[in-house]
Design a binder for this molecule. Structure first.
Ligand code: VGL
Ligand code: ZN
Length: 264
């Protein structure tokens, strides 16, 4: 049986009430649920990966870096890699060294006891590169984090995927903030790297619920599982649904056609 990893995305001051600059309205509900997940022996996480949005001042995603453009507007940009893309402009948030960048202290207290089985991933660290997926960050020690690299990494996913594979991880469960942005992008990366992937909806919250629903549909379409989806009829408590998914030999995250082609 493969190993499991719990991924905790961006549970940081600036995404949390009461005064986060990019506050997820019900964000405070996420940390207690994640703490329960970590405490409960029945889930038995082999590894935990914690992501941290980690921007320098003047980051390309900040509206304040583009005078004349409003917060939450979309703008076409060329990033530090020369890639043209559409950026939604955010208020300044998760600036390195600020309070708003800090991971929720109750999570830090619990996670810091896990030794080598917890890793930190910091993303969006380069001034001119946006990153939503936890797989696009640099991986470091949770208890003794290293400074960011100096050069852009053109294939950041490789190292994280390789590390997870080396540990024997086959299943990942994604939780945290914000549901429709960094959580869903992280889950999409996990599917693309062929991990059996679940999002645990009760352990995420969205900036906009409707946008999250759209992302969950997309994730289901590529073979991920959305556990505990709140607007669907349910026959199982999400705790039991999660337990069953974790126990399944083939949790079916990768589309069936892969198997038919004999390449799974
Ligand atoms: C996020 C917007 C900008 C997130 C990060 O963590 O979901 N959203 N940066
Ligand atoms: Zn950000």
């Amino acid at each position: 049986m493969g190993k499991t990893a719990l991924i905790i995305v961006d549970v940081q001051g600036d995404f949390l009430p009461p005064d986060g600059s990019l506050m997820v309205p019900a964000g405070l509900l996420v940390a207690p649920t994640i703490l329960d997940l970590l405490k409960d022996q029945k889930y038995n996480w082999d590894y935990v990966v914690v992501s941290q949005d980690y921007h320098p001042t003047g980051h390309i995603s900040f509206a304040s870096s583009h005078p004349g453009h409003k917060v939450f507007s979309d703008i076409e940009l060329k990033d530090g890699r020369g890639i043209l893309y559409e950026q939604k402009l955010w208020p300044d948030h998760c600036v390195q060294g600020t309070k708003g960048c800090e991971i929720a202290p109750e999570l830090v207290a619990k996670l810091s006891k896990r030794g080598d089985t917890v890793k930190l991933v910091r993303k969006g660290w380069h001034k001119d590169v946006e990153a939503y997926s936890a797989f696009d960050g640099y991986m470091t020690d949770f208890n003794n984090p290293a400074d960011p690299p100096t050069e852009i990494d053109y294939q950041p996913q490789r190292k994280i995927v390789q590390w997870l594979r080396e540990q024997g991880v086959t299943k990942v469960v994604v939780t945290g903030l914000a549901a429709e942005l960094c959580v869903s992008h992280t889950a999409l990366s996990a599917v693309a790297s062929r991990f059996q992937t679940a999002v645990l909806q009760p352990a995420t919250r969205a900036l906009e619920d409707r946008d999250a629903e759209e992302q969950w549909d997309k994730l289901c379409a590529v073979g991920a599982r959305v556990i505990g989806r709140s607007n669907r009829p349910r026959t199982l408590r999400w705790e039991d649904e999660l337990k069953q998914w974790l126990a399944a030999e083939d949790a079916g995250a990768w589309p069936d056609w892969k198997k038919k082609n004999g390449s799974a």
